[in-house]
Design a protein around this ligand. Structure first.
Ligand code: ADP
Length: 491
């Protein structure tokens, strides 16, 4: 990266902008405070100077009598008595104006007309003289003068005006204060910018760490975490990233597991088809043998179609592509339909499939997927109850109802099958999960076949409808699957 790019990056960095904002606010505050300080200093000087002017005026009156009507004749000498605040100094100015406002005579530091505006002066009187601030130019440059103007009276008639002026800041106090303030503000801003930039840089350092680590995390290595121990905003950000990474990691792990399980499930029927066809083709066989092999191929094909269909359903659910045509439906109606449809299957297995209470339970749902959900549950119940011996109970009960206090409806499938060991209950709805792997092998004719996707689909459909599923089961005492849905409230 060349130097210009570096500078460009720096100028656009948050730490630079933070430092700049901090600087801007500090500058405004410092300038404000300094302005106030200068203003107060000017006010103080002005008040002080006015007191001196007052004393000088009093002194003039004392020296030349109360009637100062003809000061010209009286001379009005300016004393050079430095240090005496009451006598006129050489930098002071004394001006005498005619009643019409024209200048009569001037004494002191300036003898040329000084352009004093007497229009405002006329508002003053002997006891409350008018005050005027003027910037005059002498050899030292621009000097701020403060003037006091009093009207002169002779036998109750106006005899003109007397103006007495003195430099506001003869010792240059204000100038020095101004320079000091400029130097102080400048150096404070410089130091604070450096400090602010350093602080912002320190505060932003964890962000750099996070960015560097995020770059190093690849899709295949989602186990890394930022593990920032700070509890500030950056720490919270890192914590959010960490939990996002954890979710991604488990999602990727689930996906990998799903692919591995799916291939594993497909491999068994494919191997069976391959072996059987290879054996049949290895030598001429009687027609019956070909028929037997074709039947095996057909049943394995059915199994694979079923499996692929289930996987497709789950994939659509994951991608939220499952098209739901939701409408108000009676859960009891659906349950009755499913029971009637599967009754022949249960009868073939000599299982009593009956319905219990089926009151009207209206929910807002998709007929096709809810039918699939109930079919999976009842088919499971038939499949696993069929494992009971003929002298054991072989019945299934399907019932529905509503919650007594909450706007919830439920449908329940209870069977008298072998039940499920409690340690398996928590995983029952996981994809490809089967309680007993050995009893689901398709080549074992006495065991029920299944891929372990049925209950995952049931749970997926329940969740799509805002519902949930619960299972109660004890080994040897059958199982109860209950799906709960929010009721469709009629308006
Ligand atoms: P499968 O296709 O194997 O039936 P499911 O997801 O439907 O897959 O069920 C997962 C596992 O839960 C089954 O392998 C079975 O062991 C157990 N199971 C499901 N329903 C019942 C039931 N009614 N009685 C006993 N076990 C059941």
């Amino acid at each position: 990266m060349n130097i210009f790019n570096r500078i460009n990056l720096l100028l656009h960095s948050i730490r630079f902008r933070l430092a700049l904002w901090f600087e801007f606010i500090l500058a405004i505050l410092l300038i404000g405070f300094s302005g106030m300080l200068l203003y107060m200093q000017i006010q103080e000087l002005q008040a002080e100077t006015l007191i001196h002017l007052e004393s000088k005026l009093e002194n003039i009156e004392k020296t030349f009598g109360a009637d100062t009507a003809n000061p010209q004749q009286q001379g009005f000498p300016l004393s050079a008595n430095d240090g005496d605040d009451t006598s006129l100094q050489k930098e002071d100015v004394l001006a005498l104006y005619n009643p019409d406002g024209s200048l009569q005579k001037m004494w002191g530091a300036f003898t040329d007309p000084i352009g004093l505006d007497l229009s405002s002066v006329s508002k003053g009187d002997e006891h409350n003289p008018a005050i005027e601030l003027l910037t005059l130019h002498n050899a030292a440059g621009r000097v701020q003068y403060i003037f006091k103007v009093v009207p002169l009276n002779s036998k109750n008639a106006s005899a003109g005006y007397l103006a007495i002026g003195t430099p506001l800041d003869p010792s240059g106090k204000l100038g020095r204060l101004f320079v000091t303030l400029i130097i102080l503000i400048g150096s404070t801003l410089l130091i604070s910018f450096a400090g602010g930039f350093w602080l912002a840089d320190r505060a932003m350092r964890p962000v750099k760490t996070i960015a560097a680590k995020a770059r190093s995390i690849s899709e295949t290595d989602l186990s890394q975490r930022f593990n920032l121990s700070t509890k500030d905003e950056i720490g919270q950000l890192a914590e959010t990233f960490d939990s996002m990474l954890a979710r991604l990691e488990s999602a990727f792990a689930r996906q990998r597991q799903f692919t591995a399980d799916a291939s594993h499930e497909l491999r068994t029927p494919l191997t069976i088809v391959n072996l059987e066809t290879a054996r049949a083709l290895s030598a001429p066989r009687p027609v019956k043998e070909y028929q037997r092999v074709l039947q095996i191929v057909q049943s394995e094909n059915e199994l694979m179609s079923h499996l692929v269909g289930d996987m497709l359903t789950l994939a659509r659910m994951d991608a939220h592509q499952q098209s739901l045509h939701q409408e108000p439906l009676d859960l009891s109606d659906l349950a009755l339909d499913v029971v009637e449809r599967l009754a022949p299957l249960a009868a073939r297995q000599e299982i009593k499939l009956e319905t219990g209470d089926l009151p009207e339970v209206t929910i807002f749902g998709d007929r096709q997927s809810l039918t699939q959900m109930l079919t999976n549950l009842v088919e499971n119940a038939i499949k696993y109850t069929a494992q009971n011996g003929m002298n054991q109970p072989r019945h299934i009960l399907v019932e529905a109802g509503t919650h007594p206090t909450q706007p919830l409806g439920w449908v329940r499938v209870s069977d008298s099958g072998p039940g499920i060991p409690s340690e398996h209950l928590a995983h029952l709805f996981d994809r490809f999960y089967r309680v007993d792997e050995s009893r689901t092998q398709s080549n074992d004719a006495s065991s029920p076949t299944g891929s372990g996707l049925g209950l995952a689909i049931v749970e997926g459909i329940a969740k799509l409808h805002g519902g949930s599923i619960e299972v109660k089961s004890t080994l040897g005492n059958g199982s109860i699957f209950e799906v709960i849905f929010p009721l469709c409230i009629k308006t």
